[in-house]
Design a protein around this ligand. Structure first.
Ligand SMILES: CC(=O)N[C@H](C=O)[C@@H](O)[C@H](O)[C@H](O)COP(=O)(O)O
Ligand SMILES: C=C(OP(=O)(O)O)C(=O)O
Length: 354
């Protein structure tokens, strides 16, 4: 069975509980205290892992990209660079938050947005490296990430299938300890753009790695459905207040929603089962009460060769020959008289061929 080893105690794959990542991302508003509150909330909600984003701005962006004006209502500065700088935690702040999360028994990691950040996260010894959608086509970053020896979880928003294959092949040359997440990078994502069946496409195309889902749509229904389709990792943004400033708050989940989503995911993973259709022992109670039997449609005389018109199928008491045996009774010899509405018992009939 395919599985991704995140730590010696935690594996990801269909035979393991779905791995839940609370993406704090930029929802901390640039405040370590707020980030700690989000970690607390994520722990109470029952997540496996909390995640931030780590950029070295001059490594991820060109000078001109940083100098672009950013006049959005979600902006924390006049230029995009100032905005991003405001939201970026220092290396020491990352260390503090990692210790804080680990003291609460939570895994802590971040997406590496450039090679310098990747190196920092490696040194910080995060359990796995996340590569976000915007960085999944960065050849240099992918290569270094694949070589760094850490497990990788790679999101695939803003990519077509050819590029996703390219990502897969690049990492696979180095190792198999990675997973791909289906993702659509619009905030919030319209339901008709979510295309959850991509999860099945990925499972068919990349059968030797776990597949997950990183969602930016509203609500909790879609990640739960993703699990039903075989997603073994779910990532969603977490917020303390959806009305806060920031591009991601609206499509994030509150701690309460997160908790409900996780309950629903846990129920769904139990309910998926093995796909083998069987009569389950737990159905016996209902069957004993409402299961149908073969009964006489009229008074029947011993010795007749039974015809279809001699029989009806009803819920009888006591129950008799089960309804599913009906076909085997046609042409069979009756061993005793049976009254109208009486169930036929196995010992009442000489079956021809069962
Ligand atoms: C693709 C990607 O990185 N997406 C991230 C993860 O979902 C987001 O958190 C962005 O960082 C965020 O939406 C950007 O918002 P702004 O541009 O206001 O900083
Ligand atoms: C952009 C990121 O994630 P995703 O692509 O999964 O939204 C990220 O983790 O930084």
């Amino acid at each position: 069975m395919v599985s991704l080893e995140i730590t010696t105690k935690r594996f990801i794959g269909l035979q393991h509980p779905v791995f839940i990542i609370a993406e704090i991302g930029q929802n901390h508003q640039g405040s370590v205290d707020e980030a700690k509150k989000l970690i607390d909330a994520a722990r109470l909600a029952g997540v496996d892992c909390v995640k931030l984003q780590k950029s070295s701005l001059e490594d991820k962006f060109t000078k001109h990209a940083l100098e672009r004006p950013y006049s959005s209502k979600h902006s924390w500065g006049e230029t995009y660079g100032q905005h991003k700088q405001y939201l970026e935690f220092s290396d020491d702040e990352f260390k503090e938050l990692k210790s804080y999360a680990e003291r609460q028994n939570l895994l802590f990691t971040a997406s590496a947005k450039d090679c310098k950040s990747l190196k920092f996260l490696q040194e910080l010894d995060v359990p796995f490296i996340k590569i976000g959608s915007g960085d999944a086509d960065d050849h240099f970053l992918l290569l270094e990430a694949a070589r760094c020896g850490k497990p990788l979880i790679i999101s695939t928003g803003m990519q077509d299938i050819d590029n996703v294959r390219r990502v897969y092949n690049k990492v696979k040359k180095h190792h198999n300890n990675f997973a791909l997440l289906h993702c659509v990078s619009s905030y919030p994502t319209d339901y008709e753009d979510v295309n959850l069946r991509v999860i099945q496409t990925y499972r068919n195309e990349f059968p030797d790695i776990p597949i997950g889902y990183s969602g930016h749509e509203l609500g909790i229904a879609v990640p739960v459905a993703a699990v039903a389709l075989g997603a073994t990792i779910i990532e969603k943004h977490i917020t303390l207040d959806k009305s806060q400033k920031g591009n991601d708050h609206q499509c994030s989940l509150t701690p309460e929603e997160f908790r409900t989503m996780i309950c629903n995911i846990r129920a769904t993973e139990q309910a998926i089962g093995d796909g083998v259709k069987k009569f389950t022992s737990s159905e016996m109670h209902c069957y004993n009460k409402l299961g149908k039997s073969v009964v006489a449609a009229k008074d029947l005389v011993r010795g007749i060769s039974i015809e279809e018109s001699d029989l009806k199928i009803k819920v009888s008491h006591p129950s008799g020959i089960p309804a599913k045996e009906f076909e085997y009774l046609i042409g069979a010899k009756l061993r005793r008289d049976i009254n109208y509405d009486e169930p036929l018992m196995p010992e009442d009939v000489d079956f021809l061929d069962r």
